[in-house]
Structures are given as C-alpha cells and as structure tokens.
Design a protein around this ligand. Structure first.
Ligand code: G3I
Length: 319
C-alpha cells in the first residue's frame, strides 16, 4: 500500500508530488514517481511558470510543460497547473519592463488565457494566482499589484475560466496553514470574489513547514476555507529540519508532523488531496534556499523511506 493508495482509501482524489523532468534520468526516482500506488498526481515544479512559458512578449513555449503533461497523461495521473501569475520566475521582459495599466492588464489576460488554453482538458486544477499576500495579510508589492492594484486577480481568474471551464481555479499561498492574518486576508479575498461572481474553486495551502513548529489550527483553518464554498488542497507539503543532521527524536517528530497535517486534510471532506514538493531529499528545493536546513521529504536522498512516510499513511487512516 502506497501513499496514493492510502489517499484513495480515505476517499481523497490523490496523493501527489512536484517534479522536474531533468530528474527522470535517475531511474530509481523515475520508478517511484511513476508508481500509481505512490502518486496519483504531479505538479511541474518550474516549467509552467511565466519565464518558461512566455519567454518573449506574446511568444509562448510549452515544450517543457508538455513533457510533464504528457507524462501525466501516459501514466494516468492528475495534473496540477502551476502557475499563471506569480511575482517570481518572471521573464526579463516582464520583470524589467514598465507598462501602463492597460498594457499590463492585456499581458496578464493573454498569458493566463494562452497557458490554460494550451492545457485545456488536461489539468485538474490551476494555481491561477500564486502568493499574492505578505505574511501580515497586506498585498505583496509586486509588478501586478503595483500596476493593477487588486484588479489582476479577477482578470486572471476570468481568463483562466474562459480558457478551460473544466479546470478548478485556485489561489495558492504559504504561511496560511494555520489561522492568522495571512489566512484571514485570503478568506476575505475569496468571500469578495464570490460576492462579485468571480470564478474561484479552491485554495492551495502550500505547507512548507519546520519540524516541531506546526500551528495547532490546521484543521480549523481548512474548515474555515471550505465554509466559504470552495475546496482546499495541500499543494506543496514538506517539513524541514532547521538543523542537520536529524536525530532519531527529530525523525519521530517529523513523522508526527506529517501525520498531523495529513490527518487535518483527511478530516475535512472538501480537502481534495495532498501534494509534496518533491518526494526525496535528493531533489528538495530546501537546502539551496535555506542553507544548513533540509531533510524535509518522506524519502531520504538515498531513497530510503523515512518515518515521515508512515506518518502520511497513518494520517490518511485516522479519522
Ligand atoms: O534553470 C536554471 C539553470 O539554467 C541554472 O544553471 C541554475 C543555476 O542556479 O538555476 C536554474 O534555475 C533554478 C530553477 O529553480 C530551475 O531549477 C533557479 O536557480 C532556482 O531558484 C529555482 O528554484 C525554484 C523556486 O521555486 C524559485 O523560487 C524551485 O526549483 C522550485 O521548487 C520553487 O517552487 C516554489 C513554488 O513555485 C511556489 N512555492 C514555493 C516553492 C519553493 O520555493
């Protein structure tokens, strides 16, 4: 019984992972990735982002994204699209350009439409908006907000809906795992969008956590989101050590933390699935961003399952 088997047995849609295709020549990695018992869903970690998909204005390139989408199709896995609008990993022309309000509105609309339209019928859910808020719940000061104020949100969501009416449209963020200012800001945004008839189907709770530091309100927070009439998904789960190497006690705590997080999703009917932000420490994003930290994934860098793996299974079993 694998992680996806456990998720399905708990009536969730999937257990999934983020991936990069340049990791697939590692045959051990590839064999685990393609195993339907472990993963029923994948998310491209990089190649559907703006810098890759629209490298020059109006010039779209889906070559790298198609590799991921075709793998998902071939292996019968669900696909999460990631992402349409994000302040990071933008192409130079957009990052360094200056645009009027009208120009940037068209650019956002065109990008979202073309990207989502290209993958029409292949994507379960799209992170249409990624990381729009600061940790204190104020709007992030990025090119989109600074030029368009909050109007880029409905613009992007409407373009995505038009492009693929069958895809669930999400807003995805981190540090919204427990209740607090940032989660509240996102709840208020969802309420506002719904009141104005703007399409919004889900919130992605990323879940980049530190061992021993989980908030106590994860389930309550998910319930508050779903009470707004949307679904939630855990979209980028990993639970890192802030000092290495992990001790045996640390690994036991990490197991408990994975179990707690998955159990929260399990207890909330409209939490549809859980995705880890890659499954092996060998390819985790953590050490390059937080030097000296890591060991965040359920498999270690030699593909040995950590206690965290069993924590996920137990999380799906508990009610
Ligand atoms: O592609 C270049 C390569 O040509 C170059 O030689 C190399 C040298 O640094 O860099 C490569 O680009 C890297 C890129 O990943 C592709 O591998 C960037 O440096 C690196 O910064 C980038 O990191 C990605 C990060 O987003 C960017 O913020 C991670 O792989 C990716 O996992 C991570 O994912 C994000 C989610 O999209 C949103 N939520 C947080 C999550 C973790 O940061």
């Amino acid at each position: 019984l694998g992680l996806n088997d456990a998720a399905k047995a708990a009536k969730k849609l999937y257990f999934g992972t983020a991936t990069n295709a340049d990791q697939w020549n590692d045959t051990t990695y590839y064999d685990i990735l393609k195993d339907d018992a472990e993963f029923g869903q994948i998310t491209p970690a990089n190649v559907m982002k703006w810098f890759d998909t629209e490298p020059e204005p109006g010039v779209f390139n889906f070559t790298d994204g198609d590799v991921i989408a075709n793998f998902a199709k071939r292996t019968g896995k669900k696909l999460r699209g990631h992402n349409c609008v994000w302040y990071n990993q933008l192409p130079g022309w957009l990052q360094n350009g200056t645009f009027t309000r009208a120009e940037l509105a068209l650019i956002v609309e065109r990008h979202c439409f073309e990207l989502v339209n290209h993958y029409r019928g292949q994507v379960y859910s799209w992170d249409v908006i990624n990381e729009p808020f600061n940790d204190d719940g104020t709007w992030r000061s990025d090119i989109f907000y600074n030029t368009l104020n909050t109007t880029y949100i409905p613009l992007a969501l409407r373009a995505a809906r038009l492009a693929d009416p069958g895809a669930k449209l999400y807003i995805n963020d981190y540090n919204i795992e427990g209740t607090g200012a940032k989660a509240t800001a996102l709840k208020n945004l969802v309420k506002d969008l719904k009141q104005h008839g703007v399409p919004i189907d889900g919130v992605g709770i990323q879940g980049h956590m530190i061992v021993g530091e989980l908030p106590t309100t994860i389930q309550q927070n998910m319930e508050e989101f779903t009470a707004l009439g949307i679904e939630v998904a855990v979209t980028e789960l990993d639970i890192r050590f802030d000092a290495l190497p992990p001790t045996a006690e640390g690994l036991a705590q990490q197991k408990a933390d994975y179990e707690t997080f998955v159990q929260a999703c399990n207890a909330v009917p409209r939490c549809v699935g859980v995705t880890v932000w890659d499954f092996t420490d060998k390819f985790s994003w953590v050490p390059s961003t937080f030097p000296g930290q890591g060991a965040a994934c359920p498999w270690d860098e030699n593909y040995t399952k950590k206690p965290a793996y069993d924590g996920i299974i137990e999380g799906f079993r508990s009610k």
